[in-house]
Design a binder for this molecule. Structure first.
Ligand code: ZN
Length: 389
């Protein structure tokens, strides 16, 4: 049923439209035309002012042929850098960039998959319930589009985010995450004339770093310091170093203790230096911790998991439940009370210039989505209490 050529062409043309975070406007305009041509009602929300994007989130609604609860399909329009001037290559069934940019299969493969599914629904006149399609902005920069979305505009009780790799897996658990900033404040001085008057913030920050356990803490917990800045010149004792990092865990208590442990390592260094000195004297530490997102935990017996499993079964495929180490729009929707299972489209090596995707995997994703949409419509009454036929 899937038109492989049409799917390939859709993906190719979407991938060629640059849409790095906050500059999703051109892609959004293109998608509006495509969705309207498929019979969907399209509107944009007013989140642009809050996210700094040149467009709001795109919300499309496809009326069902009969009354039933809506199903939510979610993908994000933005990509990471380098994502301008993408030259899409297609050889031996695999899409890649020319190696100078990302490909943007994350997450345009999902958008192409959704569009192809809508094409098939229309072409084959397949009965289905209402489908709500939410294409967000700024997912890659802190899930900002989803975060600012007014979820009151969504009627679907649950749905799927197409933003994974595995076409036979569904992610139902994702970690909570904190991000933090640490400012080590020393004291400047001429490095040659009066170094004893200075306090070297780089040296203190380095000592703090050496004390840390970094990377993978255990099977469900990670942390990272991924950004550092400090110093002004080789002949100045540096007065300031800023470090930024994050911690993630599927266990809330571990997340808090890892985050606190990192800050404490720097505090120990500062306190050791200050020992025996007046309390208001430098060096000093300034820290800030913010919540990035809260964890997702969808029970394996949730109707959305069951639905994906039955859809896969109809295709003679497996569907394993998985946990993810990353955050996505699905974390935000879970907080807002709309659980989304994350399905895969086959995207590989995302966020690198080696990113690629097989057309065959996208076809499989469309096939699965079509089964899901049809089974959802005909789901037994007890699983979908609002279902009226
Ligand atoms: Zn993504």
């Amino acid at each position: 049923m899937v038109n492989a050529e049409r799917l390939a062409e859709t993906f190719r043309s979407l991938a060629a439209i640059g849409s790095v975070s906050r500059r999703e406007g051109a892609l959004a305009a293109d998608l509006r035309c495509r969705l309207e041509a498929l019979g969907a009602e399209v509107r944009f929300d007013d989140t642009a002012a809050k996210t700094g994007s040149n467009t709001g989130n795109l919300m499309a609604r496809l009326k069902g042929s009969r009354q039933a609860p809506a199903l939510l399909l979610n993908a994000h329009m933005d990509t990471v850098l380098p994502g301008e001037g993408i030259a899409v290559r297609f050889e031996e069934g695999v899409f890649r960039s020319d190696g100078k940019t990302i490909l943007g299969a994350d997450d345009k493969s999902a958008i192409a998959v959704i569009l192809e599914a809508l094409n098939v629904l229309r072409e084959k006149n397949i009965a289905h319930g209402p489908v709500e399609i939410l294409l967000t902005t700024c997912e890659e920069i802190g899930l900002a589009g989803a975060r600012h979305l007014d979820s009151g505009s969504i009627t679907a009780p649950y749905g799927y985010a197409l933003d994974g790799s595995d076409t036979e897996g569904i992610i139902i658990q994702a970690p909570s995450a904190n991000r933090f900033e640490i400012r080590v404040i020393g004291k400047d001085a001429h490095a040659g004339a009066h170094p004893e008057n200075g306090i070297n913030a780089i040296h203190l920050a380095a000592k703090g770093m050496t004390d840390l356990t970094i990377g993978r803490i255990d099977w469900e917990t990670t942390c990272n310091i991924g950004w550092i800045e400090g110093g002004t010149a080789t002949n100045v004792v540096p007065a300031l170093v800023t470090l930024r990092g994050e911690a993630r865990s599927h266990d809330e208590a571990k997340l808090q203790s890892v985050t606190a442990g990192i800050l404490a390592a720097f505090e120990r260094v500062i306190n050791a230096y200050r020992e025996g000195r007046p309390p208001d004297e430098l060096p000093r530490l300034e820290t800030r911790v913010e919540r990035s997102y809260s964890g997702t935990r969808i029970p394996p017996e949730h109707p959305l998991v069951d639905l994906a499993r039955r859809a896969a079964q109809k295709l003679g495929r497996g569907m394993r439940t998985k946990i993810s180490g990353g955050g996505s729009d699905a974390n935000i929707f879970f907080e807002k009370g709309i659980p989304l299972g994350i399905l895969g489209t086959g995207m590989r090596e995302i966020h690198t210039v080696r990113e690629y995707i097989r057309l065959e995997d996208m076809i499989r994703a469309v096939e699965l989505l079509l089964e899901i949409i049809q089974l959802h419509f005909f789901a037994p009454g007890k699983k979908n209490p609002k279902l009226k036929l």
